[in-house]
Design a protein. Structure first.
Length: 310
C-alpha cells in the first residue's frame, strides 16, 4: 500500500557529493573542507553530501566518516546550505551508529549506500534499512549504485522499501532515466527521487525527479546549478541549451579514457579544484593522486574554455 502523507521533510535540490581533502600524509585536511564548502555555496548548490563515493567512503574508518560528516555539516550551516551525510557501511550496526551521530550533529538527512561486496538479499536489505530508519527522525536516502556495491535492485523493490516505510528517498545512480519515471509511478509525490549521474539531468529533472546528485559539480558547481534550476522550472529550451554549452564541453574529462585506458575522474576533480584555487588535497592509496600529462593538458584546456584558467 502506498504512503499518502509525508512523514519526514522531503528532500529536493542539487547536492554535490563532495571530495574528502587529504594531506600528503593521508591525514584529513579539515581547513580545506571549510574552503570547499564555501566555494560550492557561492556557486548556487542546494547542499552537499560528504563521505560518499567521491568522498572515498571505502578509504575511511567509521570514526573518520563521523568526523568528516560533522565538519561538512558545520561548514554547510556556516554557508547557508544543507548537508545530507553519507552514513553507509557494510555492517548495519555501523550505519545505525553513524546515522544517529549525523542527526545529532545537525545533518538534514542521511544517504546510505546498499551494503557492498557480498550483496544482501531483499529480506536482509529490508532489515538493514528498517534498523537505520527507526534509529533517526531525519530523512533516509538509499543510494543505489550497483556498479560499486554489486547490489542491483529493480524499481519495484526500491518502491517497496519506500511504501513500507524503510526509506524516504533514493539516489538512483543508473543513467537510464526511465527508472525515475517508473519509480514515481510506483510510489507517490512524497518520495524524493534523485538522479545520481551526470549526463541526463534535463530529461529527468524536468519530469520525474526531485533532485540531482552531481559529482562533477565539485568542479563545475555554477554550471550544474544553472541547468538544475532551468530544468526544474521546465524552461526546456533554455535548459537544453545550457546543458549543451555548459555541461557537454567538460564531460569528455569524465567519459573518455586516456591512452592507458583509464578515466581518472576523482583525480581530475581534485586536480581541477586546485587549478581553480581550492585545495582539494590528495587521495588515499591505493588511489594514486598523479595524473598523466596528457590528462593535465586536457583538464587545463577545458578550464581555459570555461574561463577558469588564463
Amino acid at each position: 500500500m502506498k504512503k499518502t502523507a509525508p512523514i519526514r521533510t522531503k528532500l529536493e535540490g542539487i547536492y554535490i557529493p563532495v571530495i574528502t581533502p587529504f594531506n600528503e600524509d593521508e591525514s584529513i585536511n579539515f581547513d580545506s573542507i571549510k574552503a570547499h564548502t564555501k566555494f560550492l555555496a557561492e556557486n548556487g548548490v542546494t547542499g552537499i553530501i560528504p563521505s560518499g563515493s567521491t568522498g572515498e567512503i571505502t578509504a575511511l574508518t567509521k570514526e573518520e566518516q563521523i568526523a568528516i560528516n560533522k565538519a561538512y555539516i558545520d561548514a554547510a550551516k556556516e554557508n547557508g546550505i544543507k548537508c545530507i551525510a553519507s552514513t553507509g557501511a557494510y555492517r548495519t550496526v555501523d550505519a545505525v551508529e553513524m546515522s544517529i551521530a549525523a542527526e545529532k550533529d545537525g545533518a538534514d538527512g542521511v544517504m546510505v549506500v546498499t551494503p557492498w561486496y557480498m550483496a544482501p538479499n531483499h529480506k536482509e536489505l529490508k532489515a538493514h534499512y528498517k534498523a537505520i530508519h527507526e534509529a533517526i527522525t531525519i530523512p533516509l536516502m538509499m543510494y543505489h549504485n550497483p556498479y560499486y556495491s554489486t547490489c542491483l535492485l529493480d524499481d519495484k523493490f526500491i518502491a517497496e522499501l519506500y511504501n513500507e516505510g524503510f526509506i524516504d528517498a533514493v539516489k538512483e545512480r543508473q543513467a537510464d532515466v526511465f527508472r525515475q519515471q517508473n519509480l514515481r509511478h510506483l510510489t507517490d509525490e512524497n518520495f524524493s527521487i534523485f538522479y545520481g549521474y551526470d549526463v541526463c539531468p534535463v530529461e529527468t529533472l524536468s519530469c520525474w525527479s526531485d533532485g540531482w546528485v552531481c559529482g562533477t559539480g565539485n568542479l563545475f558547481p555554477k554550471e550544474n546549478s544553472e541547468v538544475y534550476k532551468l530544468a526544474k522550472e521546465k524552461r526546456m529550451v533554455e535548459a537544453m541549451e545550457a546543458h549543451t554549452t555548459k555541461i557537454r564541453p567538460y564531460l569528455h574529462l569524465f567519459s573518455e579514457a586516456d591512452s592507458n585506458g583509464d578515466v581518472l575522474w576523482l583525480q581530475i576533480i581534485k586536480e581541477g579544484l586546485k587549478m581553480r584555487g581550492v585545495n582539494a588535497g590528495y587521495s588515499r592509496k591505493p588511489v594514486l593522486s598523479d595524473l598523466p600529462e596528457e590528462t593535465v593538458v586536457r583538464l587545463k584546456d577545458t578550464l581555459k574554455q570555461y574561463g577558469y584558467l588564463n
